[in-house]
Design a protein around this ligand. Structure first.
Ligand code: CO8
Length: 257
């Protein structure tokens, strides 16, 4: 996984996209390395929560323009299918993924951040979908996820103008949850990840699944799905432990993981 580094701190897996000299631009190899890294953290039961970030001054400055420049229509579609499937795998992973957006999140970089479950940004982060200025559309889910996250009017404005916005504006439109000084970004991301790790992991995963599923369906189907998930959790040791701790006025809880 040459372009994606993996490390673990406690139950938190940290994935760092590391192609610094090209501001972590996504070429086919980076996408394949990311795919493999997702498989690895997904299979590691000791990792509960994942943080995704970029090396150096960029999160991801987009898909690789040098590689795309010579694409035929067929190549472009294949590249879109490749990236799209990797981003869907990230979004559909059972464990939560936090994007710690340290710098540029442009084009495919903004799309990658949007495939994560929670987005935190450094004050230095910049966001945008510059594709129409390059003669292409967003191709890794931008036309689909941005309107779901910020609403159709803002998504249209951002995608059709190709403008770049700063972290504070990204927070104002709901694209990121929080903005921190650069040096506080990773400590805050770890604090958030560890707060999630402290809870019952089956319940965490079922909650993520319900939210993700519910965003793609009608409320009746989503509610039925939620009832199933609630039932699954009611049959677990973690439910006995969590509720037992409350009733016994015990602060310490011992979840199964
Ligand atoms: N692709 C390839 N190389 C890049 C990219 C990129 N997206 N971004 C930066 N680089 C490279 C630069 O070419 C430069 O390389 P070199 O040193 O060899 O010249 C190096 O990174 C450093 O970049 P700059 O010198 O430009 O650094 P600056 O600080 O001056 O500028 C910017 C930083 C503003 C981020 C600038 O690099 C920039 O505008 N980059 C392009 C941003 C962009 O347009 N991104 C969107 C790309 S399109 C996209 O992501 C589509 C996604 C979906 C595709 C699906 C297809 C089906």
């Amino acid at each position: 996984m040459g372009f994606v580094k993996l490390e673990q701190q406690g139950h938190v897996g940290i994935m760092t996209i590391d192609r610094e000299k090209a501001l972590n631009a996504l070429n086919s190899q980076v996408l394949s390395d990311l795919d493999a890294a997702i498989d690895e953290v997904a299979a590691n039961d000791d990792i509960y929560v994942v943080i995704l970030t970029g090396a150096g001054r960029s999160f991801v400055a987009g898909a690789d323009i040098g590689e795309m420049k010579n694409f035929s229509a067929y190549d472009g579609k294949q590249f879109g299918v490749h990236g799209g499937s990797v981003f869907l795998k990230l979004e559909n992973m059972a464990k939560p993924v936090i994007a710690a957006i340290n710098g540029f999140a442009l084009g495919g970089g903004c799309e990658l951040a949007m495939s994560c479950d929670i987005r935190l940004a450094s004050e230095k982060a910049k966001f945008g979908q510059p594709e129409v200025g390059l003669g292409i559309t967003p191709g890794f889910g931008g036309t689909q996820r941005l309107p779901r996250i910020v609403g159709i009017s803002k998504a249209m404005e951002l995608i059709l103008t190709a403008k770049v916005i700063k972290a504070e504006e990204a927070k104002a439109i709901g694209l990121v949850s929080e903005v921190y000084p650069a040096e506080e970004l990773m400590p805050k991301a770890l604090e958030l990840a560890n707060a999630i790790c402290a809870n019952a992991q089956i319940a965490v995963k079922e909650s993520k699944r319900c939210i993700r599923m519910g965003m793609q369906t009608d409320i009746n189907t989503g509610s039925a799905f939620e009832a199933e998930a609630f039932g699954v959790c009611c049959g677990t040791e973690d439910k006995n432990e969590g509720m037992g701790a409350f009733l016994e006025k015990r602060a310490e809880k011992h979840f199964q993981g």
